[in-house]
Design a protein around this ligand. Structure first.
Ligand code: G1P
Length: 271
């Protein structure tokens, strides 16, 4: 069973400037609700019991959002508004399952994952990248089903245009399991168009093995000077750890870029 999820939230959000000078990008509203709540709802619906937020001192507003009890209590005492009472109940439900760890220097996703080493208990855990929203079908739930069946690591996969490969982690796929699932032979972080083994990209949902921590603790920084989770995954694959690429059925929304962020509200309001 996958019971724990981790969410790296210490990123600076430079692609969404100027919105992110004073706001954490994960709290920006998407159709009237902070982006991070969509991610939490996906986790809860997929049966996750504990969510680890990796934040930084600069992003304490994320913790404040879930710890505004006295604010809510004061308002509810004065005015018994059922809508506000429900919102507070929702926040309490989230708060119960969230814990926080800190990554004060933005050294990359791999470094963020390493901060959860002492907290992750089981052999496998889920990681969600908050920039990547997937609507219409719960991607984490589908991936957990695959994990339960094949007892392997799983990563979300989507076809992208050939010219955009250098924006993503790119898979080299091996044996086909069925229409939606393939074993992964290799994964390369942001390759150039000529070096890309395919146009199949990593999207931000991962079921990772606990063994990744020993790889990460030895790993040097890679592309752009960051410690990438992709590089640690590549090492595990080369040592024969089984990873499956899952071509998810939901609709992907890239909330980390300005155009994608604007579009995500339109898409969610339609659905
Ligand atoms: C990260 C990963 C990359 C993946 C992408 C999905 O990149 O490093 O492999 O394809 O998320 O959104 P980032 O968006 O942090 O540049």
């Amino acid at each position: 069973m996958i019971k724990q999820a981790i969410i790296p939230l210490a990123g600076l959000g430079t692609r969404l400037l100027p919105l992110t000078t004073v706001f954490a990008k994960e709290l920006l509203p998407i159709n009237g609700k902070p982006g991070i709540e969509y991610i939490l709802d996906e986790c809860i619906e997929a049966g996750i019991k504990e969510v680890v937020f990796i934040i930084s001192k600069k992003k304490m507003s994320i913790k404040d959002y879930f710890y505004s009890d006295s604010f809510y209590k004061k308002i509810i005492k004065k005015k018994k508004d059922p809508r506000i009472i429900n919102e507070y109940k929702k926040i309490l439900k989230y708060k119960k399952i969230i814990r926080f760890v800190y990554q004060n220097k933005p050294l990359g996703t791999g470094d963020a994952v390493l901060k959860t080493k002492k907290i992750v208990k089981d052999k496998f855990f889920l990681m969600l990248l908050p920039d990547d929203l997937i609507i219409k079908k719960n991607c984490s739930k589908s991936m957990i089903d695959i994990h339960n069946r094949y007892k392997t690591s799983v990563m979300a996969c989507m076809n992208v245009s050939k010219k955009s490969v250098s924006r993503w982690g790119i898979f080299k796929l091996g044996k086909k399991i069925n229409k939606k699932n393939y074993y992964i032979k290799d994964v390369i972080e942001k390759p150039s168009v000529v070096n890309a083994p395919s146009n199949k990209a990593v999207i931000g949902r991962y079921i990772l093995p606990k063994t990744i921590f020993s790889k990460l603790s030895k790993q040097k920084s890679g592309k752009g000077g960051e410690v990438h989770i992709t590089d640690a995954i590549q090492k595990l694959i080369f040592e024969n750890s089984k990873f499956i690429a899952h071509n998810f059925s939901g609709k992907y929304l890239d909330c980390g870029s300005m155009n994608g962020y604007i579009n995500s509200t339109l898409e969610i309001s339609k659905s």
